[in-house]
Design a protein around this ligand. Structure first.
Ligand code: SF4
Length: 192
């Protein structure tokens, strides 16, 4: 192969090869894709896998119909994204399988101290448990003054860690949550 061959050259030659055999599959592929996403609603989101933060468009069917369980039928890169310009790596391109996996956790699980098994609990119970633990931890660790008697109002026994899909808006809310509790350490994988 020509060492100077570019991806654009390769695409042109592949197109010529296809038409040389007397058929062109491109319109059929475009029509199949059109059919797949016809009548879907589109939701813009961010790939959850890494800190690159590629934007995605999630195509859902049935989410505006009565008595129909909505289903994600297609996820693709968002061409409007200044980060990824419509591209996704293989991991991001497989997002639909992640969303639809029957092994995906959709309910909170709880394992009590000393127990070996996890059990399903309701969202209310999970939120109440988290709130109780945060409050108890804060009560134990909150300092109003440092060793020199200066007013500090800080919490040093708790750390806040953000995720790679945290957008500016999520980080804004996390900051409110963090400063409301007095938490100082904060790290975030997000570079969005
Ligand atoms: S598509 Fe790939 S590179 Fe982009 S955020 Fe997802 S895992 Fe990272």
């Amino acid at each position: 192969m020509d060492a100077t061959l570019t991806r654009r050259d390769l695409a042109k030659r592949a197109a010529l090869l296809t038409t040389a055999f007397g058929f062109d599959l491109r319109p059929a592929a475009a029509a199949a894709r059109e059919l797949k996403i016809a009548r879907t609603t589109q939701t813009h989101s961010v790939c959850p896998y890494c800190a690159v933060g590629c934007s995605v468009v999630i195509h859902t069917i049935g989410d505006r119909s009565k008595n129909v369980k909505p289903a994600v039928v297609h996820i693709e890169g968002d061409p409007e994204s200044p980060v990824s310009r419509g591209t996704l790596c293989p991991k991001g391109a497989s997002l639909k399988e992640f969303v639809n996996s029957d092994r995906r956790l959709t309910e909170p699980l709880y394992r009590a101290p000393g127990e070996s098994a996890w059990r399903r609990i309701s969202w209310d119970e999970a939120l109440n448990k988290m709130a109780r633990r945060i409050k108890d931890t804060r009560d134990r660790g909150f300092e109003t003054h440092d060793a020199q008697g200066r007013l500090v109002n800080r919490l040093t026994n708790t750390v806040l860690i953000g995720g790679c899909t945290d957008t500016n808006e999520v980080n804004f809310l996390l900051s409110k949550f963090r400063f409301g509790l007095g938490i100082l350490p904060y790290e975030n994988q997000s570079r969005l």
